[in-house]
Design a protein around this ligand. Structure first.
Ligand code: TXA
Ligand code: MG
Length: 342
């Protein structure tokens, strides 16, 4: 299949809407990451998403809507009160709400669960696409399963060339990490995956929130998996990835880098601002946690393309969006986290 890449415009959006309505796939930008979209109500179209990504069938998809009227037919009964209030404050935006699903949602989308994740993106072109397609759009991140999520059209092309007919190019994604996934079927609501809408922000609206324990550690075999996506190794670069934390982290990181260099591992450092790593090879992670959120996935892809055999990074503060960054870094590093206290 020939994969076209077209800049976002009235014309390309109209074409994309037609392609989705006809049961095929389109990759499109959102404020978080690029999505791989299909008609959420058509099981065959949804099946193509799993095929193109090589995604396990037990990992459910998020359904994207362009307005609140679009939500009603997708859920059973009314939205839980908590979900309604979160939607009021943070939609459109980088937040997915898990609610009980209506029979309209095919089991291919929910992966057999009785719930569905719904998101109204703030990206105007994404909402316009949903309106033009005239159907809700099921969309996971547009990467091959296991690879870092794409934050540019070029990343999507790297993974999806020849697998889908169209990629819409809307430039780099603003947030850079995927949406916050919040289970609203329980009380207090539970954050299953951290993102741009932070626990502090949810707390500010609802007064209570839980963060799933698996967010900052690997799953144990005894864990109940609330969000199937958390089972899988994610965001994995080709090389090894080690995170260093603690009082002496900077010195330890540089020592590890030097050993790795001597061992011929071709190391690199994902570096935030304000630390001098001397002559060592660094990839810029940008300023603070927001910079890290927008740059992490593209940096991991860059490290791969440079042939880095071992990537090192300092741990980040887990407040605010930092929690999302540390969740993604932790998974990319398969939780290889070294404590350097002395
Ligand atoms: O920002 C985003 O959320 C992007 C853009 C394209 O919207 N989408 C995205 O989708 O990241 P995906 O498929 O890569 O990640 C969806 C996550 C997975 O971890 C999945 O297990 C979880 O959401 N999820 C989806 N539906 C769920 C449900 N009903 N219950 C629990 N977890 C669910
Ligand atoms: Mg994904």
């Amino acid at each position: 299949m020939n994969t076209r890449v077209l800049e976002v415009s009235d014309e390309s959006l109209r074409l994309a809407g037609e392609i989705i309505a006809s049961g095929e796939l389109v990759a499109f930008p959102t404020e978080t990451v690029y999505g791989l979209g299909a008609n959420a109500l058509d099981p065959r179209a949804v099946g193509r998403i799993f095929e193109a990504k090589g995604r396990p069938g037990d990992n459910p998809l998020i359904v994207h809507v362009s307005n609140m009227e679009g939500v009603k037919p997708l859920i059973s009964g009314d939205m839980p009160e908590s979900a309604g209030r979160l939607a009021e404050y943070f939609w459109p935006g980088p937040m997915t709400l898990i609610c009980s699903k209506s029979p309209l949602i095919p089991s291919e989308v929910s992966a057999g669960l009785d719930t569905v994740g719904i998101r109204m993106p703030s990206s105007e072109s994404a909402r316009r696409l949903i309106e033009l397609a005239k159907v809700p759009i099921a969309a996971p991140s547009a990467n091959l399963s296991g690879r870092p999520s794409p934050t540019t059209a070029r990343h999507v092309l790297e993974d999806m060339d020849g697998r889908i007919p169209l990629i819409l190019d809307g430039g780099a994604c603003e947030v850079g990490v995927e949406s916050t996934v919040i289970d609203c079927t329980c009380s207090p609501v539970r954050i299953l995956r951290p993102g741009g809408v932070t626990p502090e922000m949810v707390m500010g609206i609802l007064g209570e929130v839980r963060v799933d324990e698996s967010v900052l550690r690997p799953l144990k075999s005894t864990d109940t998996v609330r969000s199937p996506g958390m089972k899988y190794r994610h965001y994995a670069p080709k090389g090894k990835f080690t995170i260093v934390k603690g009082k002496n982290a900077v010195k330890r990181l540089m020592d590890l880098y030097d050993q790795s260099l001597s061992a011929g591992e071709n190391p690199c450092i994902l570096a935030g601002r304000g630390v001098d790593y001397g002559q060592r090879r660094v990839i810029d992670l940008g300023d603070g946690v927001n910079g890290a959120a927008s740059n992490l996935f593209s940096d991991l892809r860059l490290a791969d393309s440079m042939g880095a055999g071992h990537i090192y990074a300092l741990a980040m503060d887990t407040r605010g969006v930092g929690l999302a960054v540390m969740n993604r870094m932790g998974r990319a590093a398969a939780f290889d986290i070294i404590e350097a206290e002395d």
